[in-house]
Design a protein around this ligand. Structure first.
Ligand code: R5P
Length: 295
C-alpha cells in the first residue's frame, strides 16, 4: 500500500508511512493565482492500493475540496483500491436535520466520498457513530483516547480521574478507554446545547476530585466552552490540577484564553490537527488498525 499525504496531513502521512514501512506516494500540489487547488501524482498509481491521508480541520472546505480532487485523481488513474484516512471528519456534528430545512452535511460528505471511489474510510473519535451509518463502504472509527491519557500519565498524576465533559455515548466510551489505559477511574458531566443560539450549559454535580488530578478527554475543542465549563466545575470541587486532551484541537477564537482562565494547566491535541499543541500522534493507531486487517 502507498501512503498519499494531503496538504492538511503531510507530516502525519509521513509518520504513518514510517510506522507501516510503506512508501509515500510522490505527489505535487499548488494553488493557482485565483486560489484553485492543483494536484498531480508524480508516479504511476494504476493498479496500486492507496491510503489517502487528509484531515478536514479548518479551513475545512478547502481541505475537503483537496481531498475530493485527490480521490478523483486516484480513481481516474486506475488505483486498485482507495482507502481514506480522515482523522477529523468535518461536518459530523450536522448528522441529522435538527431544525426544519437544514442540510444534513455529513450525508453529503458520505455520498461524495463514495461516489468518487473511496473503498473504505478510517476516522478518529468521530463525534457520533450515526455519521458512519450513512456509508455503504466499510468504515472504522479509531480512538486516540488511550494515547492522550498516556501522555498525561507521564506527568506523575496524583490519583488521576478521567472526565468526559458531557454524557453523550461516545464521550463515555472515550473516557472509559482513557481510564483503562492508565488504570484510573472516570466520571462525566451533563451538558445541554441550545440548538438556536449554540449556547451550552454544563450541570455541576458532586464528584470525587478534591486533591486529585483530573484529565478532561473529549473529541473536539472548538470554542473551548465545553472543556472550560468542565474545568471550572472540577476546580470548584478542589481538583489539584486539570488537564485537557482532545483528538481534534481546533481552538477557535479565544478558546485557549478561556481554557487557561478556567484553570486548565495544559491542553494537548493529536496530529489530526496541526498546531503547537499536537503532542500525541495518531500514526500508531491507524498503523495498528491497518496491520490487523492485513491478510
Ligand atoms: C460536542 O458535544 C463535542 O463532543 C465537543 O464537546 C464540542 O464539540 C466542543 O466544542 P466547544 O469547544 O465549542 O465547546
Amino acid at each position: 500500500m502507498r501512503i498519499v499525504g494531503g496538504p492538511s496531513s503531510a507530516e502525519l502521512a509521513e509518520r504513518i508511512a514510517e510506522a507501516l514501512e510503506a512508501p509515500l506516494a510522490k505527489t505535487r500540489t499548488k494553488r493557482f493565482p485565483d486560489g484553485e487547488f492543483y494536484f498531480k501524482f508524480d508516479e504511476e498509481v494504476s493498479g496500486e492500493g492507496l491510503l489517502i491521508v487528509q484531515s478536514l480541520d479548518p479551513p475545512q472546505d478547502a481541505h475537503l475540496v483537496e481531498l475530493l480532487l485527490m480521490v478523483h485523481t486516484a480513481e481516474d488513474l486506475g488505483a486498485r483500491s482507495i482507502k481514506a484516512f480522515i482523522p477529523y471528519l468535518a461536518y459530523s456534528r450536522q448528522d441529522e436535520r435538527y431544525l426544519p430545512g437544514e442540510c444534513v452535511s455529513s450525508s453529503m460528505i458520505a455520498e461524495a466520498l463514495e461516489n468518487l471511489g473511496v473503498d473504505a474510510l478510517y476516522t478518529v473519535d468521530i463525534h457520533n457513530m450515526n455519521v458512519l451509518k450513512k456509508y455503504r463502504i466499510p468504515t472504522r472509527n479509531l480512538t486516540a483516547a488511550a494515547e492522550l491519557a498516556r501522555y498525561f500519565a507521564s506527568k506523575e498524576l496524583k490519583e488521576p480521574v478521567i472526565v468526559a465533559p458531557d454524557d453523550e455515548e461516545m464521550a463515555l466510551v472515550r473516557a472509559k478507554h482513557a481510564a483503562r489505559a492508565i488504570g484510573a477511574g472516570y466520571d462525566y458531566l451533563r451538558k445541554e446545547r441550545d440548538r438556536h443560539t449554540g449556547e451550552i450549559r454544563t450541570f455541576a454535580k458532586e464528584m470525587d476530585v478534591a486533591g486529585r488530578d483530573a484529565v478532561i478527554i473529549d473529541d473536539i475543542i472548538s470554542t473551548g466552552r465545553t472543556a472550560a465549563n468542565a474545568a471550572r466545575i472540577l476546580k470548584e470541587q478542589g481538583a489539584r490540577r486539570v488537564f485537557a486532551g482532545v483528538s481534534h484541537l481546533l481552538l477557535r477564537g479565544d478558546a485557549l484564553k478561556l481554557l487557561r482562565r478556567a484553570g486548565v494547566e495544559e491542553v494537548v491535541g493529536t496530529d489530526s490537527v496541526k498546531n503547537r499543541f499536537a503532542k500525541v500522534s495518531i500514526a500508531p493507531v491507524i498503523a495498528k488498525a491497518l496491520t490487523e486487517e492485513m491478510p
